[in-house]
Write a protein that binds this ligand. Structure first.
Ligand code: 5GP
Length: 138
């Protein structure tokens, strides 16, 4: 998959579009999914422009997984998750809709189902409140 610098996450990384940010460092950014499949659904991405995990440098891959681990711990505390699903899609055929590599952090509870992928927008005020709780747990 070739890299499209106009993809929505590239535009968020350049500050051209807003996001509800929970964590940022020199190599990575984490923010809440605008159409969460579960409470606390968070995305972690490298700043390096790469469409899929296979295109990413080893250094950026390492930084992204370290941020995923750090943010996932905080998300788990903030929402009291019983488990965490961490997923990552490569290519449209695998379900990838935004062509900038990213990890999904999806809190899970026994007996609850995930909502549909990228379907229903969350209330922006609720996302801001949730981000405050995640940031406090970092
Ligand atoms: P993918 O299918 O590429 O793995 O997932 C892309 C994710 O990005 C989806 O879960 C979708 O809800 C989310 N998403 C799409 N556009 C935006 C946006 O503009 N802002 C945020 N925060 N999330 C987005």
């Amino acid at each position: 998959m070739s890299y499209d610098p106009q993809n929505v996450f590239a535009r968020i990384l350049r500050g051209e579009l807003p996001c509800v940010r929970v964590y940022e460092d020199a190599a990575t950014l984490a923010f809440l999914d605008i159409m969460p499949q579960t409470e606390g659904h968070t995305l972690v991405l490298p700043k390096e422009p790469a469409a899929t995990l296979l295109d990413l440098s080893p250094e950026a891959a390492a930084a992204t997984i370290q941020t995923t681990q750090k943010v996932a711990r905080a998300v788990q505390v903030a929402v009291g998750a019983e488990g965490l699903l961490i997923s990552q899609f490569n290519g449209a055929a695998a379900g990838q809709t935004v062509p900038h590599v990213h990890f999904h952090i999806l809190p899970r509870w026994e007996g609850t189902r995930l909502k549909a992928h990228a379907r229903e927008k969350a209330d922006p005020d609720q996302l801001e409140l949730l981000a405050e709780r995640i940031i406090a747990a970092l």
